[in-house]
Design a binder for this molecule. Structure first.
Ligand SMILES: [Fe+2]
Length: 383
């Protein structure tokens, strides 16, 4: 055996090829299989360093990718591809992260913490000017929104821009069919119960949208009326307890989609939503509920024999004292909350007793998680 042959024998040692992939030893001692398509598509050279996007197009390979030769060299797997003038070099540490189909760790995947009526004193609080200049504060703010689903921001400037610049710290303003902003005060010709002085039952906003906005901001600009206390509840706390108390009802509300609507002169928005929202693991993620936007339920009437009582049991449970946090939002405060999780409402107030003005807007949850990851993690491309 000459020197070259010895070298080749050593290089292919421990990497075995099968028609669709190859098996190699990883530093932890495991023998691990990788698919040829995955390997070819994810060659480190497939990604453009400037755009950070994949620039390689696997659809244009003339035939399925197949290694002509593969070997371990130092801490890397090296492949020369058959029919291509291309060599791929993969750090074994990268391959180890993808060896068993475990989803990539997500720093924004925080465990939800259920809260109850006594949460007001524990609610995370921030200052708008501090959030504007301090990324570390923004990190804590988003963590509160991921974990508790609610936080209060104080020291708000008494102007429209104060709300816009706050919301833009975690995402883009997300319009709905009401526009980019909404003003909650008594209107002469209201198109929405919120624009009257009546009590507003606990609800999530705009369930008639295909995908209701994720994060809601309510900036209190004035509040000197009698009554009108703010009500907030944690849909995760209620739905988790409902799951234990009423498993059959929970099954119906988490599996059967019901219609929501919002209709007036120039719009006719409709969607179907499940009242209890589950995440990919089957855990309660949130709720979608609104008495004033629930359409006539167009499901088989016999199904409603079971659905409606369960819906009512859940709706009454949502209003139980142990779940409802009551307080008065003061001028200069902005409450920020997860609109797919936190239900909100208000007591009736006397319109003639003073001024009450809340200006609101939304951003989306995915953008908030993106902002969080960008602030706390290295991602795949940061040097
Ligand atoms: Fe609302």
């Amino acid at each position: 055996m000459n020197i070259v042959e010895t070298s080749v024998a050593a290089r292919i040692y421990n990497v075995s090829m099968t028609p669709n992939g190859l098996t190699l030893p990883l530093p932890d001692g495991s023998k691990t299989y990788f698919n040829n398509h995955w390997l070819r598509d994810n060659c480190p050279s497939s990604f453009d360093a400037t755009t950070r996007e994949r620039s390689f197009d696997i659809f244009h390979l003339p035939k399925p990718p197949e290694p002509a030769m593969a070997w371990i060299e130092g801490d890397s797997l090296v492949i020369d591809w058959a029919g291509e003038d291309h060599r791929s070099t993969y750090p074994l540490s990268l391959l180890a992260q993808y060896k068993d189909g475990t989803p990539r760790p997500d720093p924004a995947a925080k465990p939800r913490r259920a809260w109850y009526s006594d949460h007001y004193k524990d609610m995370a609080r921030f200052s708008q000017p501090n959030l504007m200049r301090n990324d570390a504060e923004v990190v804590q703010w988003i963590e509160a929104l991921l974990v508790d689903g609610v936080a209060i921001v104080g020291d708000m400037p008494d102007c429209d821009a104060g709300l816009t610049e706050l919301a833009e710290r975690i995402g883009q303003i997300r319009p709905t069919f009401f526009g980019s902003y909404f003003d909650v005060k008594t209107h002469i010709n209201p198109t929405n119960t919120a624009y009257t002085a009546a009590a507003l039952e606990l609800h999530t906003d705009t369930p008639a949208e295909d995908h209701a906005p994720g994060i809601q901001f309510l900036h209190c600009r004035a509040n000197s009326v009698e009554g009108g206390r703010n009500l907030f509840g944690d849909g995760v706390a209620v739905a988790n307890d409902f799951r234990t108390r009423d498993p059959e009802g929970f099954k119906l509300l988490s599996e059967v989609a019901v219609p929501f609507y919002c209709e007036h002169d120039s719009y006719d928005m409709r969607s179907r939503q499940r009242v209890i929202e589950l995440d990919a693991d089957g855990a309660v993620e949130g709720v979608t509920i609104s008495q004033h936007m629930l359409d006539l339920i167009d499901l088989p009437q016999a199904l409603l024999d079971d659905y409606y009582p369960a819906f009512c049991r859940f709706g009454r449970m949502l209003q139980e004292e142990r779940y409802v946090m009551r307080f008065t939002l003061n001028a200069g405060e902005c409450i920020v909350f997860d609109n797919h999780r936190i239900v909100h409402g208000r007591a009736a107030y006397t319109a003639s007793s003073g001024d009450r003005y809340l200006r609101g807007c939304y951003t989306d949850r995915a953008e908030m998680r993106s902002t969080y990851r960008a602030l706390v993690s290295e991602g795949r491309f940061k040097a």
